[in-house]
Design a protein around this ligand. Structure first.
Ligand code: CU
Length: 92
C-alpha cells in the first residue's frame, strides 16, 4: 500500500509509461496487488520506488531500510543496496 524510508522525506510507488512515444512516470496511489506465491518486480523502466527529499546523498554499496505497509496493516522492512545502474540500452 505504501513505502517509507528514514533516508527520504517520501517514497512514491511509480510506474513508467509511454505516452505518444514519450516516457514518463505515473504514481500508483492505490498500491500494488501482490498475488499469493507471485513476485512483483521493481526495476528501471517498470514499477519502481521513487525516493523524494533525500536526507543525504546515496553512495554505491550503502544500504538503507525500506518499510512496506501491506493492506493487512502488517509492515515489512527490507534492506536495499545502492547500486549504480548502467545507462539504458537504446533499442533503435
Ligand atoms: Cu519515478
Amino acid at each position: 500500500m505504501s513505502v517509507t524510508s528514514p533516508i527520504a522525506g517520501r517514497v512514491d510507488i511509480h510506474q513508467t509509461v509511454m505516452v505518444d512515444g514519450i516516457m514518463s512516470m505515473q504514481q500508483i496511489q492505490t498500491g500494488i496487488v501482490l498475488p499469493p506465491g507471485k513476485s512483483v518486480i521493481f526495476e528501471p523502466g517498470g514499477k519502481h520506488l521513487m525516493l523524494l527529499g533525500l536526507k543525504s546523498a546515496l553512495k554505491s554499496g550503502n544500504t538503507f531500510p525500506l518499510t512496506f505497509r501491506l493492506g493487512s496493516g502488517k509492515q515489512i522492512t527490507l534492506m536495499a543496496e545502492v547500486r549504480v545502474s548502467p545507462p539504458p540500452v537504446d533499442s533503435k
